[in-house]
Write a protein that binds this ligand. Sequence first.
Ligand code: OGA
Ligand code: MN
Length: 294
Amino acid sequence: MPLTSIELTPRIGSEIKLGKADLLTGQYAPNIRALLVERGAIVLRGAHLSDQELRDVARTLGDLRLGAVKRGADGATLHEGEEGVLKVSLDEKVNPDYARFLFGNHLWHMDGTYEETPPFASLFMPYRLSREGGDTMFASNYAAYDDLPDDEKHRLENLTVVHTMEAALFPAKRNCSLEEFAVWQSYPNRSHPLVWHHKSGRKSLVLSTSAAYVEGMHAAESHDLLQRLMVHATQDKYTYRHKWQPGDLAIWDNTGVMHRAMPFEENSVREFHRCTLNGEEAITGADQPVAEPV
Ligand code: OGA
Ligand code: MN
């Protein structure tokens, strides 16, 4: 049976119609993966999965990330969730390791840009919704790249961008303390090509708040370029905004889309449960440096 889906916007996002039992068999996993990469984000209403079912579905789609993946300079180990389920909450009682970093989720980002091979995808479901706000938005870095004029595509080809945690977090907390800033700075930086040549043959911009500066470019020029690309990539026509209902499941292709949490009330009970699928390819640029057109 083919997978039934409808497009939520022309450029990004599809809703699939599938019963929970069919989802759990994994028989549709190849179709879901293909649709995910094609459409950037997938939602399923009324899935009502338990944590265990979320893990089970994740395992049909890829390599579920388990255990600790990051170590802070202070020696603290950050756990990517208990047995593969990360509790996404700003409440330190709910997630003692991560809550102090997750306010950064409010700005457009890709996950794991500090890793050579960022996660392929995440599966995300509401556990407790906020009273107000708290939608999640997705923006297609594939579509944003595709629509650039050819000469600009060419100019971006050979550029390399340094991604840092302080670049990602400072804009979301301008009144941070020096100590907080020092903790962010203690995490390793990572350079990535600005244009990702995916194994699938597609290309996308590697944009995220974590993109601090373009290597070898004047700071002012780099700032303006990254800011302009971010404004370009997050135009309404490249985005889908998901309004959550209990029981929803959303999956995003972290390699080709950015996402963000929209504002919600302070001290909210908002909590989502997330399974992360490990990356399957490092971010790679063009095989050969691309010559400037003469
Ligand atoms: C995340 C994230 C957005 C949200 O879990 O990586 O950015 O809406 N979440 O909570
Ligand atoms: Mn995120």
